[in-house]
Write a protein that binds this ligand. Structure first.
Ligand code: CO
Length: 139
């Protein structure tokens, strides 16, 4: 029971303590530019999406000490936080993954950046990597 089409890597999430420094680093090294920057105050995180020639990068910086990103940084330091795959039908994929026994963090999709629906999946179900699914709903 496989997915009909392979998932496409949409972006790679990187946890950083200083988003301005990381934006400047990737601009000078990888030649990226910010395409979207957003503070999600309720989730305690500031995001910046960077355009590479292909898969996007998402920088994530904590806005408060009790946020999930702050706990991640305190425990593991800066680095790879999650991989996000773009899917055509997020609800169908989540149902299929549940049937396969994968553990879902979000049991229903929620709004993400740029008119997406997103859901996170447990790292233990994906080779130790926190995994995000996204569906673009307005294109
Ligand atoms: Co993401």
């Amino acid at each position: 029971m496989s997915s009909s089409t392979p998932w496409t890597v949409d972006h790679i999430g990187i946890a950083v303590p200083d988003i301005d420094a990381a934006i400047a680093l990737y601009a000078s090294t990888a030649g990226t530019a910010v395409t979207l920057r957003e503070k999600l105050v309720d989730r305690g995180v500031e995001l910046a999406f960077l355009n590479t020639g292909g898969t996007k990068l998402e920088l994530l910086m904590p806005l408060k000490d009790d946020s999930a990103i702050a706990r991640f940084l305190a425990k593991r330091g800066p680095g790879l936080h999650h991989v996000c795959y773009k899917v055509d039908d997020i609800r169908a994929e989540m149902a299929r993954l549940e049937r396969l026994g994968a553990k879902l963090i979000d049991t229903t999709p929620r709004p993400g950046a740029s008119g997406t629906l997103i859901a996170f999946l447990e790292p233990s179900s994906f080779s130790g990597v926190l995994t995000e699914l996204c569906e673009y709903t307005d294109s």
